[in-house]
Design a protein around this ligand. Sequence first.
Ligand code: 5AD
Length: 350
Amino acid sequence: MNLCEIVERLNRNNDLTDEEFIFLIKNNNSISDDLLQKYAQKMSQKFFGKNIYLRGLIEFTNYCKNDCYYCGIRRSNKNAERYRLNSEEILSCCEMGYNLGFRTFVLQGGEDGYFTDDMICSIVYEIHSKYPDCAITLSLGERSKESYKRFFENGADRYLLRQETSSKSHYEFLHPKEMSFQNRQRCLYDLREIGYQVGCGFMVGSPNQKAEDLVKDLRFMQELKPHMIGIGPYVPHKDTPFAHYERGNLELTLKMLGIIRLMFKDALLPSTTSLGTIHPKGREMGILHGANVVMPNLSPLNVRKKYMLYDGKICTGDESAQCRIFLEKRLNRIGYKVLMSRGDHPDFTK
Ligand code: 5AD
């Protein structure tokens, strides 16, 4: 098999056999890597130009009932200092974000039962009423279809829930027994059916991940047809059972971004904070490999350091306004500009 030829074919007809994907994932050469990058960049520009959408991320609770072995805010981490934002605090993040130009708010949190469906509905409703021109994205884990439906009816537009891995045995390696591989995928299909713009995703280089598992992720996503795909390298957190595993590889993460861009041509692909964490220019590199979204942090400064999913997470010390300006400058330097519109998926633009 020839790497460049595989990349050419992926670019032309967007599908490969499992064996070809595995070969592409496992092997590197600088010529085929450059080719993949070039095509992924071109594809992103074909649909989105040199425009990058910004989303304002509000990390509203780091309480979590789950105990994922890789995650810094897992319930067993007694060193995590827990916090919750109340609805006024969440709304004031939105206000600040709105004044900075953000037109998408992402409410992300651990799976925190304190926030009942009623509370989430009322927070979503309030944001929606105050900022009817903004999109509301939720990212609060697994709930029932009924709950998802209520959030949607109250004004939520989008939902992010990474599948984390599409291999059952790998899922069971990353998560304790009480978590269900099936339920996670069920949630994603329910969300899609309700009418959300759905985001899924996975970590690259999570402990024990094989090339075969990554191919399963690609196949799962071909079936789900998500509107957004969030991927970033696994980064260890010192207070987790997986502290001793190596971080995910930068080049492999960029390669997966490129492959995903060629397969899911008009998808919204964030260049993630974890990518920016493992390399000072990581987020720029992500953009240059086909990503078209960045999600700066709007959380209050005093809680930023507490939402530590992994060690060394960047942007925990900057004022939101500062983050926003820095980011814009950095994107301009690589020839891109930020767009402050809602940035819906092409299927959802009226
Ligand atoms: N490294 C990288 N990403 C992580 N996440 C959780 N823990 C880590 C880690 N140690 C990701 C998960 C989750 C998202 C919010 O953050 O994929 O879905």
